[in-house]
Design a protein around this ligand. Structure first.
Ligand SMILES: *Cc1c(COP(=O)(O)O)cnc(C)c1O
Length: 385
């Protein structure tokens, strides 16, 4: 009897004893928010990214929303967003009452197409590049458009921890960047996010307005618990438990990233030999990927059924994902509101229909990447009509 190989899920958080101990320490301290662990996590993350400041928030979405809110983006503002992204990017724009201007993506990378961005008519107040599955966008051309339009750049770095453009890390490539610590991203804090910036004034405002807009200066001048409020704010704080988990994960990022790189290389070597399959690059121009997952795109002509490939993988115990199941402008909320229709974003539509994301995370064991590649090849053959 042969052993059935264990299943490989798309993602699985890697939590060690240090994480369990850190959570226990926080819980026993009784200091569940407003402690010293969140600032320590912020400092460690800022150091990792090479940003002056890092502001912990409750999620990446919260970080995107908070940054637009603090920058005063609102009704009348237009913000460029790629058509192929997590809906959170566009939602953050809608939440402040501004209008997302959707830009189709580049078929070679899945990133916001600089050519399509350059063709946007009219004013833009902000541009939100999303580093698709960890590969940085073409920042030279995006910066040129931002300068010409007087727009600031807010990076969606949810899948881009340690990704670099021209040797500089994502999160430092524009005014600010927002990261996600959702359980199956590069690292986790359970839920959680972080906004990085080199603008200390912005960081001060983010800290104030992630917590109700309390004017701490006045509170300190009078007595603890006594404060003035001179602006609107939200409650987007991170808890000490989340920060404690996050801090143990930052300490393991070198290990995690080394595993991602080697799993990606092993899987890539197999998949690039499959005829008709497009395998997205992990480097492009000045961009180096953070290897969130490996993105395989089936032939445009529909000759291979994605459902069949996904089912074939599942039958072999292998999890996959789809990034993302629709171009955001064609989701009902956006198409109803703005009248977008099928055919408006051809590249994003191709990806939404034909892309499959495969795991390369540190949860893969020895030999798993090869097993996954071979299983994919078999499932691909079965799915070919
Ligand atoms: C996961 C993800 C988000 C949302 O992150 P949360 O921390 O869950 O809010 C936003 N943008 C992209 C590109 C993502 O992949």
């Amino acid at each position: 009897m042969t052993d059935t190989p264990s299943p490989i899920p798309f993602g699985k958080p890697q939590l060690d004893e240090a994480a369990f101990d850190a959570v226990r320490t926080v819980l026993e301290s009784g200091m569940l928010v407003h402690g010293t662990v969140t600032p320590a996590f912020e400092e460690a993350f800022a150091a990792r990214i090479g940003a002056k400041e890092a502001v912990a928030v409750s999620s990446c979405t919260a970080g995107l929303h908070l940054t637009l809110f603090v920058k005063g983006i609102g009704p009348g503002d237009r913000v460029a967003v790629p058509a192929m992204t997590h809906v959170a990017t566009a939602h953050s724009v809608e939440l402040v009452g501004a209008e997302p201007v959707f830009v189709d993506v580049d078929p070679a990378t899945g990133n916001m197409s600089p050519t399509a961005l350059e063709a946007v008519d009219g004013p833009l107040s902000a541009i939100m590049p999303v580093h698709y599955l960890g590969l940085p966008c073409d920042m030279d051309r995006i910066r040129a458009v931002a300068e010409a339009k007087g727009a600031f750049i807010l990076e969606d770095c949810a899948l881009a921890v340690d990704a670099t453009w021209d040797g500089q890390k994502a999160g430092t490539l524009g005014l600010a960047g927002s990261f996600s610590f959702y359980p199956v991203k590069h690292m986790t804090s359970i839920e959680g996010g972080m906004v990085t910036t080199n603008d200390s004034g912005l960081a001060t405002q983010l800290r104030k307005r992630r917590a109700f807009g309390y004017n701490r200066a006045l509170g300190e001048r009078t007595r603890p618990g006594i404060y003035d409020v001179d602006t609107l704010g939200l409650n987007y704080r991170m808890s000490e438990v989340e920060a404690a988990v996050g801090l143990t994960q930052v300490a393991r990022m070198d290990e995690f990233q080394a595993a991602r790189r080697s799993n990606d290389a092993a899987l890539r070597a197999i998949l690039t030999r499959i005829e008709g399959l497009t395998v997205f690059p992990d480097r492009h121009g000045k961009a180096l990927s953070s290897h969130y997952c490996l993105n395989a795109v089936l032939p445009k002509d529909g000759s291979v059924s994605r459902d069949a490939v996904v089912d074939g993988l599942k039958a072999r115990g292998i999890g996959s994902s789809v990034h993302y199941p629709g171009p955001v402008p064609l989701f009902t909320y956006y198409s109803d509101k703005y009248g977008y229709k099928s055919g408006d974003f051809p590249v994003a539509e191709w990806l939404a229909e034909q892309t499959i994301s495969l795991p390369v995370g540190p949860h893969l064991g020895p030999g798993d990447a090869e097993r996954l590649g071979n299983a994919f090849r078999e499932a691909y053959m079965e799915g070919s009509k």
